[in-house]
Design a protein around this ligand. Structure first.
Ligand code: SAM
Length: 277
């Protein structure tokens, strides 16, 4: 086993998603630093891993880091796992990885599931640009401010949410993004009650209010990015465009208005589409 710190992803629900390389590495390292050793004991049993477990999180005292360092500095190998999914993604490990790089330890990723990517892959929202926000603040006023500050974000937004805060968060999203913004609720991914609901946020809120099962379990919320704001064209150009668009399809109206006014054709077209022509 190479002298390295292995950052190992574990399943987010379905144990069938455990990667064979992850099993091999967890069986072979000298020490596994785990977010919660009792939780990880199930995974160890399931995959016949009898490597020693050490409780590690970002607020563990110096003792835990010292144990990891002792193994690393004597040429051994250590794995970092969290309760589920990819370590460091809304999970502990940041300080350990900072330390590892500062000490020049070799760091090896062993990729696998992460709830945010799993949810994004099925949401049917744009994936070319996305913004992961992790958990919103538990305090209502701070959460509302966070959401308001994202109201014009054009990338897809991804949030982790706790079941008991789902309704309050959907209410806050309705306020911040408007009732029509498309939101995807991805719940219990890879598990028995896996559900994907994709609705305008006000409808999603009504659905969740009407069926308490929809706020059970583990939840990812994905929010469609804001439509680009229409550019200011000037009253004359806008009047011309509106007149043309009454008679012609938007692309044609934009082309004529563009050659008449010298304005950018694409901007004119986007302006027409944004106002619903
Ligand atoms: N490190 C993990 C990852 O890579 O996704 C995330 C850890 S974070 C503490 C746990 C949160 O991830 C849950 O509260 C939920 O928002 C989301 N999550 C984890 N597993 C999930 C699942 N099976 N379905 C939906 N969301 C999940």
């Amino acid at each position: 086993m190479e002298n390295a710190l292995y950052v190992v992803a574990t399943p987010i629900g379905n144990l069938g998603d455990m990667v064979p390389r992850a099993v091999e590495i967890l069986q072979s390292v000298q020490l596994i630093a785990a977010e919660d050793t009792r939780h990880s004991a199930n995974l160890m049993r399931e995959f016949n891993i009898d490597t020693q477990l050490l409780a590690y999180h970002d607020h563990s005292g110096k003792g835990a880091l010292d144990r990891i360092a002792t193994v690393m500095e004597s040429g051994g190998a250590v794995a970092l796992i969290s309760d589920a999914g990819t370590p460091l993604i809304s999970d502990p490990g940041y300080r350990l990885l900072q330390h590892a790089h500062s000490q020049g330890w070799k760091v090896v990723p062993v990729p696998g599931a992460s709830a945010l990517i799993t949810a994004l892959s099925v949401a049917g929202l744009a994936t070319d640009r996305f913004r992961f926000e992790g958990f919103l603040s538990a305090r209502a006023a701070a959460r509302q401010r966070q959401l308001e500050s994202l109201a014009t974000e054009s990338a897809t937004m991804i949030f982790y949410e706790a079941p008991h805060r789902l309704i309050a968060t959907l209410e806050a999203m309705t306020e911040a993004f408007g009732e029509q913004r498309l939101v995807v609720l991805a719940r219990e991914l890879t598990k028995t009650f896996e559900t994907i609901l994709r609705l305008p946020v006000a409808e999603l809120l009504a659905t969740v209010r009407a069926d308490s099962n929809q706020s059970r379990g583990e939840i990812v919320l994905l929010v469609d990015g804001a439509a680009p704001l229409p550019v200011e064209l000037g009253a004359e150009v806008e009047r011309l465009l509106v007149l043309l668009a009454d008679e012609l399809p938007p692309r044609k109206a934009a082309a004529i208005a563009s050659s008449y006014t010298g304005a950018n054709k694409k901007e004119l077209y986007n302006w027409l589409v944004a106002r619903g022509d």
